[in-house]
Structure formats: structure tokens, C-alpha cells
Design a protein around this ligand. Structure first.
Ligand code: ADE
Length: 224
């Protein structure tokens, strides 16, 4: 999979891809992530990419020209399955969406900034808008990092124990069951006996019951 991220702050996005699962996925060639500086596509002397809003009002708006130049240059090289814009007005990211996006070959993610982008970008150049939750971030970079993390870990080979991505919370609309490790007793607090029993079938049943109970208690909306 190839992910091209268009941003005015490429440095802000470097670190998330330099550690752990995402780093290894890139090293293994499972995914290629390119950070593209939108300013490189500005034709202004100062490399600006924003301007005042027509009609007045506070806040700058990202202009269509550098964005169109950048997206068109990328599209001239290959076909994209989706051109995503990160925005609090978008569809809220969930596991189902991450699963779907993880099957794509090439995607673009445009990180929003300032008061947002000229509406014509959204009308003509973007195929999907994604929000990571009902709150407003200073820019779309952290949202792009969250979207990429949720997708990349699902690509086969990204996680060494392939079953582990499948047993994540939300993967079957259930929260994950509780987990424990050594010591079996700490400060008088014991690990449930069943987990020490060695009966795999009983343990699986217990985990499933715990998942349902936890989902009923914490996220009953997922069971509907
Ligand atoms: N940009 C600003 N806030 C955002 C959010 N909640 N999700 C995605 N992009 C954003």
C-alpha cells in the first residue's frame, strides 16, 4: 500500500512512522508513506498556501491552487483509490472504515489547517472526509497519523502475530477482554483462576463472556 500525505507540517508527521509497528511495516515494504510538503506546490514567492476568506471573517483558508497542483501531480503518476481530507466535519473513523481502507493500494490524505480548505477542493478533488472524533484539533496531521496507524496495523504482515489484530477491541463490535501477565498474585490481587487452568476452550469461552459483559457495561451502543 502507498499513502501520500499532503501537509504544511511534514516534520510533525515524521515521528509516528519511525517507531514500532509502523516503522517495521515500512521497513518490510508492506507500506510506503510519503510526506509531501504542500508549500512545494505553491507558486507564491513566500510559498504561502492560504489566503483571506472571501466575504470576510476571521481565519485563513487553504487555497485550491497548490492543493490541485499537488493532487494532480500525484494522480499523473498513478491511480488513487481514495483522496481523503481530514476534517471534524467528516465521517467518524471506526474499525469498519479502517478495515476497508486497509485493502486499498494507493491513497492520498490531505491534512486540513487554518479555517479549512476552499470548498471547491472538497467538491472536486476529495473523495472522502474523515474525522477522528467530535473535537477540534489544531490541524489534520495528528488525525492523519491516527488514520494511518489504524490502517497499517491491519495490513497482512504488519503485525507478526496475525491473529492479534483480529482480536482487537471493535474487530467484532465487542471490546477486548481483560488480560493479565505475571505475577499471578500481586498485593493479594489475583489473576482469575481460569486463565491459569490451561483449558484453552474454557479460557476462550471466558474471554468471550468477558468481552460481552464489558461491552454491555461500557459501550452498549456497539451491541445494537
Ligand atoms: N482536524 C481538526 N479536527 C479534526 C478531527 N477531529 N478529525 C479530523 N481532522 C481534524
Amino acid at each position: 500500500m502507498r499513502i501520500d500525505i499532503i501537509t504544511v507540517l511534514p516534520q510533525l508527521l515524521e515521528s509516528p512512522f519511525q517507531h514500532s509497528i509502523l516503522k517495521r511495516a515500512i521497513e518490510k515494504g508492506i507500506v510506503e508513506v510519503n510526506l509531501i510538503n504542500l508549500r512545494d506546490y505553491s507558486t507564491h514567492k513566500q510559498k504561502s498556501v492560504d489566503d483571506y476568506a472571501f466575504g470576510g471573517g476571521a481565519g485563513m483558508v487553504m487555497g485550491i491552487e497548490p492543493i490541485a497542483n499537488c493532487i494532480n501531480a500525484l494522480k499523473a503518476e498513478r491511480q488513487y483509490d481514495e483522496v481523503i481530507y481530514t476534517s471534524p466535519d467528516g465521517e467518524t473513523l471506526n474499525q469498519k472504515m479502517a478495515n476497508h481502507l486497509s485493502t486499498f493500494k494507493n491513497i492520498i490524505i490531505l491534512c486540513g489547517h487554518y479555517k479549512g480548505v476552499d470548498e471547491r477542493v472538497r467538491q472536486h478533488l476529495i473523495t472522502r472526509e474523515i474525522s477522528i472524533g467530535d473535537y477540534v484539533l489544531s490541524g489534520g496531521e495528528l488525525a492523519a497519523a491516527v488514520i494511518c496507524d489504524s490502517i497499517i496495523r491491519l495490513i497482512p504482515g504488519a503485525i507478526s502475530d496475525e491473529t492479534s489484530a483480529l482480536t482487537d477491541s471493535f474487530q467484532d463490535n465487542l471490546l477486548a477482554p481483560p488480560v493479565y501477565t505475571r505475577p499471578a498474585e500481586y498485593n493479594g490481587w489475583k489473576v482469575p483462576d481460569i486463565l491459569l487452568s490451561g483449558h484453552n476452550k474454557n479460557i476462550e469461552e471466558w474471554r468471550h463472556e468477558q468481552s460481552i459483559e464489558r461491552t454491555q457495561k461500557r459501550r452498549p451502543d456497539l451491541l445494537k
